[in-house]
Design a protein around this ligand. Structure first.
Ligand code: ACO
Length: 332
């Protein structure tokens, strides 16, 4: 699905994040599995990640990210009329994390709450949904949160996955504004045949007809995920920009899901985006799935790299295999 959004009436107006206190470094991982700091940094760009406490869950990180947003931007939550949480690691299959967050933030009874499941593409899908709700005049203010406690589903005896993932949350506020909208154009793609390459088992014993490992932990065929991610972004990004009369060189910043620095380097070298234009959050936080893009945006803002008016491409991609790229004007 590709869509121009010429009449977007939604502006991203505030951002906040939260990461758990506990730091898990590559050196710590050397004590758990046969690996090395050098191997991890060279193959992934990751130095450390944050790990939630045993009694700390995705909803807890969400609430703290929104509290950080409120503190940074002095916004009121009373008139929020929808909360969307993207997560692959909800506290429970139901009730939704969004409904728990709604309760703990004391949002209005008439505000909607929904979790969405699109792995690492979920935050950008959530932004697109917020834009659609606002532009269609069903809502005025929508909270979009990407949050994960991936450590709860990570197998710390599997060196091919445990080095990658971390826990975090990021929240943005999207609100009605017809004068300075953020959203320009978006493309979403799906390849369900690749679902078997990255999954966490649930109640079924197969994916796409193929038997799976049922240990409730994240399972990944890293090489396949790497190839599909690079191929998908290289195929989809240039046409998306071309439909706006743009080339990759016109972007001020590229903020892909921070899965792995080598995926991003491969994409950037093929489509012609210099790495200096990339915001990447995995160096300090690992792959935080739904949270990685808001983490990169907030840190980019705080470092003075992301400025109001910048033309920014967000690209979420992950288990499914799902992908969505959205071109925005940064409006905070
Ligand atoms: N430390 C040391 N050696 C390791 C480790 C480790 N942590 N993990 C694997 N190896 C070994 C392998 O056993 C293999 O050894 P062998 O040649 O003796 O068999 C060797 O390193 C190479 O293994 P590969 O799997 O081919 O390593 P690769 O270069 O592909 O790197 C990695 C593995 C980092 C997982 C890579 O495939 C990758 O990044 N894939 C994408 C993962 C990703 O980003 N996933 C998330 C995307 S979507 C989402 O975020 C949900």
């Amino acid at each position: 699905m590709t869509s121009a959004i010429p009449v977007s009436q939604a502006r991203i107006s505030a951002i906040g994040t939260h990461v758990p206190e506990r730091v898990l470094t590559n050196r710590d991982l050397e004590r758990l599995v046969e690996t090395s700091d050098e191997w991890i940094v060279q193959r992934t760009g990751i130095h450390e990640r944050r790990i939630a406490a045993n009694d700390e869950f995705t909803s807890d990180l969400c609430v703290k990210a929104v509290e950080n947003l409120v503190e940074r931007h002095q916004v009121r939550l009373a008139d929020i009329d929808f909360v969307i949480v993207s997560t692959a690691t909800p506290d429970a299959p139901f009730p939704s994390v969004a409904s728990q967050v709604h309760h703990r933030l004391g949002l209005s009874r008439t505000a909607g709450a929904i979790d969405i499941s699109a792995a690492c593409a979920g935050f950008v899908h959530g932004l697109n949904m917020a834009n659609a709700l606002i532009t269609s005049e069903q809502c005025r203010k929508v909270l979009v949160i990407g949050a994960e406690t991936l450590s709860k589903i990570t197998d710390y005896t599997d060196r091919t996955t445990c080095i990658l993932f971390g826990d975090a949350a990021g929240a943005v506020l999207v609100e009605h504004d017809s004068k300075e909208p953020s959203f320009i154009r978006s493309v979403s793609t799906t390849d369900g045949s690749a679902g078997i390459h990255l999954y966490c088992s649930g109640i079924a014993d197969r994916i796409g007809g193929k038997p799976i490992l049922r240990n409730g932990k994240l399972v990944q065929n890293g090489r396949e995920v790497f190839k599909i991610a690079v191929h998908t972004l290289v195929r989809e990004i240039p046409p998306l920009l071309a439909e706006e009369g743009l080339t990759p060189g016109d972007l001020d910043l590229f903020v892909p899901h921070s899965a792995n620095i080598r995926i991003i380097e491969a994409v950037c070298s093929r489509i012609g985006i210099p790495m200096e234009k990339v915001l990447f959050s995995a160096t300090r936080y690992g792959n935080t799935s739904s949270a990685s893009i808001p983490l990169a945006l907030k840190d980019g803002m705080d470092a003075g790299k992301l400025k109001r008016g910048d033309l920014v491409l967000l690209s979420g991609f992950g288990g499914g295999f799902v992908h969505t790229s959205t071109l925005i004007r940064w409006t905070i």
